[in-house]
Ligand binder design. Structure first.
Ligand SMILES: *[C@@H]1O[C@H](CO)[C@@H](O)[C@H](O)[C@H]1NC(C)=O
Ligand SMILES: *[C@@H]1O[C@H](CO)[C@@H](O)[C@H](O)[C@H]1NC(C)=O
Ligand SMILES: *[C@@H]1O[C@H](CO)[C@@H](O)[C@H](O)[C@H]1NC(C)=O
Ligand SMILES: *[C@@H]1O[C@H](CO)[C@@H](O)[C@H](O)[C@H]1NC(C)=O
Ligand SMILES: *[C@@H]1O[C@H](CO)[C@@H](O)[C@H](O)[C@H]1NC(C)=O
Length: 134
């Protein structure tokens, strides 16, 4: 009997954690967004007040069949927190550029003065700081 109750509690806890495991990002503003192939990426932004984030999150567009039911995904965090930035996709659809705006070192209020261009390589989920001549 005791065993059955324990099993029941374990099963309920497990189902509760399965239900809760969906990633729901906090609402944000001043982010930038871009569409690459079937993914709609959202970069950085502010959660509220002055709390900037460096999250890179995305929605799968084919799964966006209903505006009431969609699933967020988390990609690799960006190396900087940014607001008022812009973003674009490379012509071969394999990377995303995060450009300009106001940028901060993650978790700080310290502004980054240079560089202001970062590249996310979607092939292997890695960020680099491209070297741009001129
Ligand atoms: C990149 O994606 C766009 C939009 O889906 C498409 O029109 C374009 O042909 C793609 N480019 C390449 C090189 O696949
Ligand atoms: C985007 O789609 C193009 C064309 O289908 C493909 O060549 C490219 O690898 C895709 N990019 C990514 C990052 O999956
Ligand atoms: C950044 O500044 C705001 C307001 O000045 C402050 O509330 C916040 O704690 C600061 N954050 C950090 C990480 O210093
Ligand atoms: C991603 O992979 C494709 C196919 O191998 C390659 O053509 C492209 O240059 C790669 N992009 C980056 C940013 O490494
Ligand atoms: C990702 O791919 C780029 C270009 O192909 C390479 O230079 C870089 O080292 C790779 N990064 C990781 C973390 O594998």
């Amino acid at each position: 009997m005791n065993f059955l109750i324990k099993l029941l509690i374990t099963t309920l806890t497990l189902s509760a954690s399965l239900v809760n495991c969906q990633f729901i990002p906090e609402p944000r503003y001043l982010q930038t967004s871009v569409i690459l192939n079937d993914s709609w990426f959202f970069l950085s932004g502010v959660l509220g007040g002055t709390d900037e984030v460096y999250e890179l999150i995305y929605l799968d567009l084919p799964k966006l069949s209903s505006l009431t039911s969609f699933q967020w995904n988390s990609a690799k965090e960006s190396p900087v927190e940014s607001i008022f930035s812009t973003s674009c996709v490379s012509t071969d659809n394999s990377s995303i550029y995060l450009i300009g705006g106001e940028m901060f070192y993650p978790g700080t209020n310290i502004s980054i003065t240079t560089p202001h261009i970062y590249m996310f390589n979607v092939n292997n989920s890695s960020w680099i700081t491209p070297t741009i001549a001129g």
